[in-house]
Design a protein around this ligand. Structure first.
Ligand code: C5P
Length: 233
């Protein structure tokens, strides 16, 4: 899948009515929406189906991390929902990632992209060392991205500042899904290392995950359309 519109809007809410209203209003202005554990744990597959009924592709961001058999089962369980993208933690290891890819392949042509989370951007080098990982975050991200590619996954979630290296090391077909994106002049909120949509796209991002600059706007459709227009400029 290579969405014509690279923007996936993060619907970070537990409120089904709000998520459905956003998905309906964003249709045509974004490439898809992202639903995470906050929404899915609160509303389950039934809530998901209501959002999906708006007709927008969905990135189901559950960040699975467990033994291979359990992760394969977790992926298999969401295939009937037909998500466009699902994800797992690369730290779960190559066997777990292979099991996830194989489970997703059971959906045939309707298979979702399976993406690995490398290193959460909430962690810094000190946190890595606390977990026994010695080395820089950049090395760790590259090592995990290589492992994800070897496992047959479609790509990784990465910060905008890792796009250039990962694109160079992993080639043109490996999907790079990038959060921490802010249009010029937008409220940064709690994101620390941000980049604008055109910058991230020109470096080689495939999907731009953007939440509050769209969902917090008085007119989310217009906000998304303006970001999309900035990409063509
Ligand atoms: O509102 P905002 O644009 O900051 O939302 C970004 C979305 O991307 C949120 O759903 C957040 O959880 C997610 N995300 C992130 N940074 C990561 C991984 C995911 O911001 N490293």
């Amino acid at each position: 899948m290579s969405p014509k519109n690279p923007i996936f809007c993060a619907l970070d809410t537990t409120d089904t009515d709000r998520a459905v209203a956003l998905a309906e209003s964003l249709k045509g202005a974004v490439g898809g929406v992202k639903i995470g554990m906050e929404f899915f744990n609160a509303n389950g597959p039934a809530g998901y189906a209501k959002v999906a009924a708006a007709g927008v592709p969905i990135f189901l961001d559950l960040k699975l991390h467990d033994i291979p058999n359990t992760v394969a089962g977790g992926i298999r369980a969401v295939l009937p929902l037909k998500p466009a993208i699902v994800n797992v933690h690369a730290a779960g290891g190559i066997a777990m990632m292979r099991a996830a890819a194989e489970a997703a392949a059971e959906a045939g042509d309707a298979r979702p992209l399976v993406i690995a989370v490398t290193m959460l951007t909430s962690l810094d080098e000190g946190d890595l060392h606390d977990t026994g990982v010695i080395g820089t975050p950049a090395d760790h991200v590259l090592r995990l991205a290589n492992l994800a590619a070897k496992a047959g996954l479609d790509g990784v979630v990465c910060s905008a500042h890792e796009i250039s290296t990962l694109r160079r090391e992993l080639g043109p077909d490996f999907k790079l899904i990038v959060p921490g994106i802010r249009p010029a002049g937008a409220d940064v909120a709690d994101q620390k290392r941000i980049m604008t949509p055109p910058q991230a796209l020109s470096l080689g991002a495939d999907v731009l995950v953007i939440g509050r600059p769209i969902t917090g706007a008085s007119n989310p459709h217009d906000a998304a359309a303006a970001i999309t227009a900035s990409l063509a400029a």
